[in-house]
Design a protein around this ligand. Structure first.
Ligand code: FRU
Length: 494
């Protein structure tokens, strides 16, 4: 039986979502049903549909006491809201149900693990959050919190670990049927480490080892870890807080990190071999992956960044926060590749295509426009001179545009959303080093009403940014300083 707190949240969201018109939200990116959304949670395939839960504060468009919102989809693009799944209504989670994950139990029930948060008064009068891992079991709509919660708390921490930063459990089932779970935590050095827990039944969990430690290399606390095997490699995703930029990596403060390495499944030992950002744009954090029934590893992130939450459509929008496109992952040559899931192809209509067109100065092409768009471009220089700069302007009218520009000599692709509807004086651009040997580059650009996602060279880099530009600004134009030749294929996404 749902608690009073959960019943109120369910009633509120059902009544208030009606205030948001369909055209005022993203068309195929999941957004908050009402109020605030952050991290994806409990991303899973259960009873024949994809389930996505999310960090949710229905009552306002800013972060607040965390609930779990809930939606389901058959194609990962069209989402149907279900009633909120969890509310902060027990002694062990009364100040929030933080991020976590889901899996299917052998008896067919859906198991959620999340972080329960309780504010503890400190001697100096301040408060700190005690964080512990809790379970809830359900049928895909209604969930009952486990009677022995929390199942992992301070007594399950290795020596020197913080009970105030112990969150975001990501569970998975191993081939032998047993379960593993990685949780973010902070050791004595103040930076992050990821702890590994194991279980034979999903309910009793034991500390196994420190899976990997930050040692103050990549930011401080590591949030929202995920671990999986892909293309013969072990892949660890995490979102470090307070990152320092390193060259062209980690420019987002609260950033994302992908470590690729070897994994020994007998001893659960992960040895990292390479590191990179997951996304090189402005808005991407706390991604979570699933293994789809057909074997694809699919990732969805929160298409937002803690440092840029002040950038919004209006001061008090009815919803705030959206998820990224679902992206299929691969590891190639020691790097993470991302590509929009193939389900997106089914939304394509209204094709406009041009082969080998010349751009010198500004160019527009009939039919190349729109705000819900899937566009592939392949660009190259003229026969004997290298161009100096090539730009694409998206979501454009006389006042606004979002630009992508490439300087081939520097191998830098820049995304800039200064003129994308923001009234805030925050940094609006990111640069990524890309492979554009001989001035050649391939781009796939996906526009939804409030976002741009760019996939470079078949998915070698992804760059995501939210935009707040009025919907009438639907122009797309190209600018070349020098001579550029390109092929374009563009579809409307409906
Ligand atoms: C990451 C995060 C998580 C936490 C949640 C709280 O964005 O800070 O570590 O569980 O958000 O909403």
């Amino acid at each position: 039986m749902a608690s009073q707190t959960l019943r109120e949240a369910r009633k509120y969201e059902e009544a208030c979502e009606k205030l948001i018109k369909e055209a005022e939200r993203p068309a195929f990116h999941l957004s908050a049903r009402i109020g605030w959304m952050n991290d994806p949670n409990g991303f899973s395939y259960y009873n024949g549909v994809y389930h996505m839960f999310y960090q949710y504060h229905p009552y306002d468009s800013v972060w607040g006491p965390m609930h779990w919102g809930h939606a389901v989809s058959r194609d990962l693009l069209h989402w149907e809201y279900l009633p909120a799944a969890l509310a902060p209504d027990e002694i062990y989670d009364r100040d929030g149900c933080f991020s976590g994950s889901a899996l299917t139990l052998p008896d067919g029930r859906h198991l959620l693990m999340y972080t329960g948060v309780v504010q503890e008064r400190q001697k100096n009068g301040g408060t700190l959050e005690i964080q512990a891992q809790c379970l809830a079991v359900g049928d895909g709509t209604d969930y009952e919190k486990y009677e022995n919660n929390p199942v992992l708390d301070e007594k399950d921490l290795p020596e020197g670990s913080s009970r105030f930063d112990f969150r975001d459990p990501k569970m998975w089932q191993k081939e032998d049927g047993t379960y593993c779970c990685v949780v973010g935590n902070r050791p004595a050095d103040g930076s992050g480490h990821i702890l590994l827990y194991t279980s034979t039944n999903g309910f009793h969990w034991n500390f196994k080892k420190v899976f990997i430690a930050n040692h103050n290399r990549f930011g401080l606390m590591w949030e929202c870890p995920d671990f999986f095997l892909l293309d013969g490699k072990g892949v660890l995703l995490t979102s470090p807080q307070d990152m320092m930029p390193q060259g062209f990596e980690y420019h987002n403060g609260n950033g994302t990190l992908c470590l690729i390495g070897s994994y020994d499944g007998y001893t659960d030992t992960f040895c990292e071999e390479s590191s990179q950002s997951i996304d090189y744009g402005i808005d991407f954090y706390a991604p979570q992956t699933i293994l789809a029934p057909d074997g694809r590893r699919i990732m969805i992130g929160w298409m937002q960044n803690w440092d840029t939450c002040s950038t919004r459509v209006s001061e008090r929008p009815l919803w705030f926060g959206q998820m990224s496109l679902p992206r299929e992952l691969h590891v190639k040559n020691g790097r993470l590749y991302q590509w929009p899931v193939k389900e997106l192809d089914a939304m394509r209509s209204g094709k406009a295509a041009y082969q080998n067109v010349h751009v010198h100065g500004t160019a527009r092409f009939a039919g190349i426009c729109g705000r819900r768009v899937d566009m592939e471009l392949s660009i190259r220089p003229g026969s004997n001179t290298m161009y100096r700069k090539f730009s694409i302007r998206l979501a454009q009218d006389e006042e606004f545009y979002t630009s992508l520009s490439l300087r081939p000599e520097e191998s830098i692709l820049k995304i800039d959303r200064k003129f994308s509807g923001s009234r805030r004086a925050v940094i609006h651009q990111r640069r990524s080093l890309v492979d554009c040997k001989n001035g050649e580059l391939k781009l796939r650009i996906i526009l939804d009403r409030f976002s741009v996602e760019v996939f470079v060279n078949g998915g070698e880099q992804a760059m995501s940014a939210t935009i707040y530009t009025r919907q009438e600004a639907d122009g797309i134009s190209f600018l070349a300083d020098g001579d550029v030749w390109m092929d374009i294929v563009k579809y409307d996404l409906v």
